[in-house]
Design a binder for this molecule. Structure first.
Ligand code: HEC
Length: 157
């Protein structure tokens, strides 16, 4: 049987329709990729903390950069609720606890706390006082722990 163009298009449409049925939600991302993506966002937060801590300890004199790092952190914190969609608890190695989805309001509030403390760090940093930057960085660190403690599986180390 000779494959005509119309038949090829028809077959493609059938495959697309079938894929839509299989994946259920048409625009849903692969949960394994979502997990990898959110871990990358978390690493971004950690890298900003590392950079700010180097300034706070006086290892480098880039106090003028801290507001930028802190604003980036506030922007990333805002993404947190979106990168933990329901259905992304499995599919790749993940330290996300099921409590995230059971206690969503508390999880979202922990993300908001990080956003607020990071925004405050950006304000404090504008003053250029390295001691004050260090103190507010401590508050930001607490906001990380305030979510990791209830919602992230502790590594067996
Ligand atoms: C609202 C909750 C929440 C806040 C706030 C939060 N985290 Fe996380 N973080 C998580 C969860 C949940 C995981 C586990 C994600 C996974 O493995 O799927 C995680 C994972 C991580 C990881 C491991 C990423 C990897 O490679 O597996 C790092 C690093 C990290 N967080 C750093 C931070 C830092 C630094 C902050 C604060 C600036 C922060 N997080 C704030 C919830 C949070």
């Amino acid at each position: 049987m000779k494959l005509t163009r119309a038949m090829a298009i028809g077959a493609m449409a059938a495959v697309m329709a079938a894929t839509g049925v299989v994946s259920g939600v048409s625009a849903a991302d692969d949960p394994a990729k979502v997990i990898g993506y959110r871990q990358a966002v978390m690493k971004g937060l950690a890298d900003h903390i590392t950079a700010i801590a180097m300034v706070a300890k006086g290892e480098v004199s880039y106090a003028g950069h801290v507001a930028g790092h802190a604003q980036s952190m506030a922007s990333l914190a805002k993404l947190i609720p979106e990168i933990f969609p329901a259905g992304s608890e499995a599919g790749a190695p993940s330290e996300a606890k099921p409590e995230i989805w059971k206690d969503w309001d508390k999880f979202a509030a922990a993300a908001k706390t990080l956003e607020d403390q990071s925004a405050k760090l950006a304000e404090v940093a504008a003053g250029g006082d390295v001691g004050a930057i260090g103190a507010q960085l401590g508050e930001v660190g607490k906001a990380c722990g305030g979510c990791h403690e209830p919602f992230r599986v502790k590594k067996a180390q």
